[in-house]
Design a protein around this ligand. Structure first.
Ligand SMILES: NC(=O)c1ccc[n+]([C@@H]2O[C@H](COP(=O)([O-])OP(=O)(O)OC[C@H]3O[C@@H](n4cnc5c(N)ncnc54)[C@H](OP(=O)(O)O)[C@@H]3O)[C@@H](O)[C@H]2O)c1
Length: 291
């Protein structure tokens, strides 16, 4: 059986290395042996038919930078998706059953369940079976039931970006009344960090957001009190020149790393803390798949 998939074999920009194929081998149960190192013990697996997938910088990294040594030769990228469970597989009970052996837990999922899933890098890279395909097989512990009130497109965008943003907010130790700056507030991580910061500092606090002019209204709508337009950062520029009042916390989620030294420099003279999405990503990779 085959399925539709976006695949790549060579490193490069997605527009040049990705190919849409309708003849990608579809996964089937039981999962082929040996089981992947990231899920080496027999456990419940699900076959999910994705309806939506997230495009994260991690996918770009997978396609553009990861050498062949660390990934499957033909790979389907992307970690996060939502969809419907098409099949469930669980290891059979020990045979013959004895009173001392515990009976296996009931399956967590059934065909037809709506789920949101996030594949850890340790699973995706060696397997090469990511979200951009018609059927994904993975351990059930990488999936959660999608709450009915959360639309599938929004749910697909939450796992990696949401965990990164949530970890940044937690690490920053925000309190009510704080004044916080979110640099890159219009992006995947930044837009979520901004909303979480708004909740954490409360109405008495202030959220200052930085993004490009075309995204100002969107960022205001997400809860920013003040919005400044970003300029392209370069060494020596001062991204907080517009921000005369001291900041309690600052996050940068901008894709440009050149601004990071400037952020550190700007805050060193102020009673503030600084964090970037690099910390959030570390936190995400250690929590993925445990829920
Ligand atoms: N997405 C994830 O799950 C995830 C997880 C961990 C770490 N990260 C890292 O976090 C960073 C942001 O990821 P993302 O997914 O949020 O990216 P994104 O959706 O592309 O957002 C990028 C943000 O940076 C701003 N920006 C882009 N170029 C800029 C420049 N030259 N100067 C100032 N601001 C600029 C954008 O603002 P405008 O569009 O308004 O210009 C936008 O707010 C990346 O470095 C990524 O590797 C992402």
């Amino acid at each position: 059986m085959t399925t539709k998939a976006w695949t790549f074999t060579h490193r490069g920009a997605p527009s040049s290395v990705l190919t849409l194929t309708t003849t990608h081998p579809a996964p089937a149960f039981p999962p082929p042996l040996p089981l992947p190192r990231a899920a080496a013990q027999p456990e419940e697996w699900v076959l999910v038919r994705p309806s939506h997938a997230a495009l994260n910088p991690a996918g770009l990294f997978h396609m553009a930078l990861v050498p062949r040594l660390f990934r499957a030769a033909t790979a389907v990228p992307e970690l996060d998706f939502t969809g419907t469970v098409a099949d469930v597989w669980a290891p059979s009970a020990p045979s013959p059953p004895s009173s001392s052996s515990p009976s296996p837990p009931p399956p967590r999922f059934r065909p037809g369940d709506a789920v949101v899933a996030s594949l850890p890098v340790a699973f995706l890279w060696p397997q090469g079976q990511g979200a951009l395909q018609g059927l994904v097989a993975c351990p059930a512990r990488y999936c959660l039931r999608r709450p009915p009130g959360v639309p599938p497109a929004q749910a697909a965008g939450l796992p990696v970006a949401g965990c990164t943003a949530a970890q940044m907010v937690e690490d920053a130790g925000l309190g009510r009344g704080h004044r916080v700056l979110v640099y890159g507030a219009s992006g995947g991580v930044g837009s979520l960090a901004l909303q979480l910061a708004r909740l954490a500092v409360g109405e008495e606090g202030t959220v200052v957001a930085v993004c490009s002019g075309r995204n100002m209204e969107m960022v205001k709508g997400l809860g920013a009190d003040e919005v400044s337009v970003s300029v392209l950062c370069f060494p020596g520029c001062h991204p907080f020149g517009f921000c005369p009042k001291p900041l309690h916390r600052c996050w940068t989620t901008s894709t440009t790393s050149l601004c990071l030294p400037n952020c550190v420099g700007a805050l060193a003279t102020r009673p503030s803390t600084w964090s970037s999405t690099a910390w959030g990503y570390r936190a995400f990779t250690s929590t993925a798949g445990t829920s």
